[in-house]
Design a protein around this ligand. Structure first.
Ligand code: TMP
Length: 212
């Protein structure tokens, strides 16, 4: 059994995940624990190759192929990076994980949820995150933040508002179905307030004390 902890961050684009992950990683490290920060799709050599294929703006994957690619990337990421880090006792913070496939390919693109769960079992067996933090923001706010950031939009960021609204509702539904694992944090606030809410949540759920 792994001795570390696995915390995933989820939510729509522009919710501020990367900033918050950096802050949480620094605070956990200060307690003396080892932290590994990683992301999906990607995080390992093989998975980063698959990431480039998935995010290629010119690619035209159909939803089942897309889900297969996400889970292929995830299986490699889990085997080569996440599981070994957990075995060493690290706290692994992951920017997106399987809930993103449920939300994007399932709720967003309409792929059958049973098919997604079948792929999950093949790729990960019964492995689940210890905690999933879902950063929730209104779709328009996420879009505004993406525009401010000024980066070229990837395939998913180019999708229409209705798609992004389905994602948001999808993430909220996932949290409702699995409240012991998931915590929804209102990310429509200044960065420090969101950080404080995340720290409160991690302290309560994971039994650590973090320096503020
Ligand atoms: P990122 O921008 O957060 O790095 O993620 C890349 C994009 O990939 C993002 O728009 C969400 C999407 N995605 C999926 O569609 N399914 C998945 O399983 C994952 C992990 C990400």
């Amino acid at each position: 059994m792994p001795s570390g902890k696995f915390i995933t961050f989820e939510g729509g684009d522009g919710a501020g995940k990367s900033t918050q992950i950096k802050r949480l990683a620094a605070a956990i490290e200060k307690t003396g624990l080892t932290v590994t920060v990683t992301r999906e799709p990607g995080g390992s050599r093989g998975a980063e190759t698959i990431r480039a294929m998935l995010l290629d703006p010119d690619a035209e994957w159909d939803p089942p192929t897309e889900a297969l690619l996400h889970f292929a990337a995830r299986a490699d990421h889990y085997t080569t990076k996440i599981a070994p880090a957990l075995k060493e006792g690290a706290w692994v913070l992951c920017d997106r994980f399987a809930d993103s496939t449920r939300a994007y390919q399932g709720y967003g693109l309409g792929l059958d949820m049973g098919a997604i769960e079948a792929l999950y079992e093949i790729a990960l067996d019964d492995f689940v995150p210890d905690l999933t933090i879902i950063l929730d923001i209104p779709v328009e706010t996420g879009v505004e933040r993406m525009i401010e950031r000024g980066a070229d939009p990837d395939r998913y960021e180019k999708m229409d508002t209705a798609f992004h609204e389905r994602l948001r509702q999808g993430f909220l539904e996932i949290a409702k179905q699995d409240p012991d694992r998931c915590a929804v944090i209102d990310a429509n606030n200044d960065i420090d307030t969101v950080t404080a809410r995340i720290f409160d949540c991690v302290e309560t759920r994971m039994g650590v004390t973090l320096e503020r």
